[in-house]
Design a protein around this ligand. Structure first.
Ligand SMILES: Nc1ncnc2c1ncn2[C@@H]1O[C@H](COP(=O)(O)OP(=O)(O)OP(=O)(O)O)[C@@H](O)[C@H]1O
Ligand SMILES: O=C(O)[C@H](O)COP(=O)(O)O
Length: 394
């Protein structure tokens, strides 16, 4: 990475504003998955050890510039205290006099967590006034929030213009792993793209078609491709306006010599429910009043084969409606193949695929699980991430 990191600056005794992505899933005020908090620990621990005064900032949810009580970061501060084994002071605001006073009382190695930065309308607008107010709190800015690096917000981008700005360890690792996959991949290089809609994956398919040896398609978006081949898809997800685009992707794959893999069979259901009637059908035999909610067993075998022969696999988006056990088989088969493929470096592109791998208990078998959903997708589309661009060059 050509950006400075926390190892390039002296943080001892300095006030360090460290943007993290603590946007964790919550239910009834409790954190249901603390992966993102744990992922930021190496940077936080390093800053503590180096004697910095660590001021953490994050968003949680989408409060749209207003205070939303359920989106306060109190539970996050508690969890972080447990993980660090040390008290984390939490302020009820993210800038201003009360915050300044709290920071003035900090000693080297102390950790403070600011309130949800999205309680302020200036955050998402990247308002320079708010960015300056954040910058006034600190001497150095560290961005470790890879998951939010695709957002040009006051705490992810704006602030970097007013302080020495460097990357944390998580940011560095994410950029290195994903960057290497895209610029210098080991081959055969396979991308697996699933999820609900073609519309959301256009950019990533376009970019990856220039880089991969194999492109595997699954999930709800596959049925627009199936239709493009001239088959009926019944009540499966279909984006009529993307059929031509799907055709052009298949043509481009042929031109570029990319092996394009599509489902050869599917698990169809008579309704969208875990207890629906289901059966396995060939991909050209989806009944008109049924919907395909998962890839079938032959497809699982085919995809496993491709995965086993790959040196690098990047995976984004589930193969079926994995939230329901009846339609989780395809996603699980892909996850299992990645877990079994000892010589294959597996990169999970965050979001639902990461959640699926967790759900199946296979997370520790993957080589890299990105903490970014949208951010990793934009990175794989070949876009520049504003939160990274704004950091100081080496
Ligand atoms: N065949 C299918 N029919 C309907 N829905 C499907 C099908 N296959 C997968 N899905 C649904 O797609 C959703 C995930 O797709 P989506 O594009 O939202 O996420 P994603 O690809 O994982 O993106 P991100 O990583 O950004 O979260 C899941 O909720 C899953 O149930
Ligand atoms: O969960 C994420 O992908 C990041 O925290 C960014 O959240 P956002 O999509 O609300 O900007």
């Amino acid at each position: 990475m050509n950006k400075k990191t926390i190892q390039d600056v002296d943080v001892k005794g300095k006030r360090v504003f460290c943007r993290v992505d603590f946007n964790v899933p919550m239910e009834n005020g409790a954190i249901t998955d603390d992966t993102r908090i744990r992922a930021a620990l190496p940077t936080i621990r390093y800053l503590i050890e180096q004697g910095a005064k660590v001021i953490l900032a994050s968003h949680l949810g989408r409060p749209k510039g207003k205070v939303v009580e359920e989106l306060r970061l109190n539970a996050v501060a508690e969890r972080l205290s447990e993980l660090l084994g040390k008290q984390v002071v939490k302020t009820d605001e993210a800038y201003g006099e009360a915050v300044k006073t709290a920071i003035a009382g900090m000693k080297e190695g102390d950790v403070l967590l600011l309130e949800n930065v999205r309680f302020y309308p200036g955050e998402e607008k990247n308002d320079p006034e708010l960015a300056k107010a954040f910058a006034e709190l600190a001497d150095i800015y560290v961005n470790d929030a890879f998951g939010a690096a695709h957002r040009a917000h006051a705490s992810t981008e704006g602030i970097a213009h007013y302080l020495p700005a460097v990357a944390g360890f998580l940011m560095e690792k994410e950029i290195e792993v994903l960057g290497k996959a895209l610029s210098n991949p080991e081959r055969p290089f396979t991308a697996i793209i699933g999820g609900a809609k073609v519309k959301d994956k256009i950019g990533v398919i376009e970019n990856l078609l220039n880089k991969v040896d194999n492109l595997i398609i699954g999930g709800g978006l596959a049925y627009t491709f199936v239709k493009a081949l001239g088959h009926e898809v019944g009540k499966s997800l279909l984006e009529e306006d993307k059929i031509e685009l799907a055709k052009s992707f298949m043509e481009k794959a042929k031109e570029k010599g990319v092996n394009f893999y599509m489902p050869v069979d599917a698990v169809v259901a008579d309704r969208f429910a875990n207890d629906a009637n289901t059966k396995v059908v060939a991909i050209d035999a989806i009944p008109s009043d049924w919907e395909a909610l998962d890839i079938g067993p032959k497809t699982c075998e085919l995809y496993r084969d491709v995965i086993m022969k790959s040196k690098l696999v990047v995976w984004n988006g589930p193969m079926g409606v994995f939230e329901m056990d009846a339609f989780a088989g395809g996603t699980k088969a892909v996850a299992q193949a990645l877990a079994d493929a000892a010589d294959t470096y597996s990169v999970i592109g965050g979001g639902d695929s990461a959640a699926a791998v967790e759900k199946f208990g296979l997370a520790d078998k993957m080589d890299h699980i990105s903490t970014g959903g949208g951010a990793s997708l934009e990175f794989m589309e070949g876009k520049q991430l504003p939160g990274v661009v704004a950091l100081n060059d080496k």
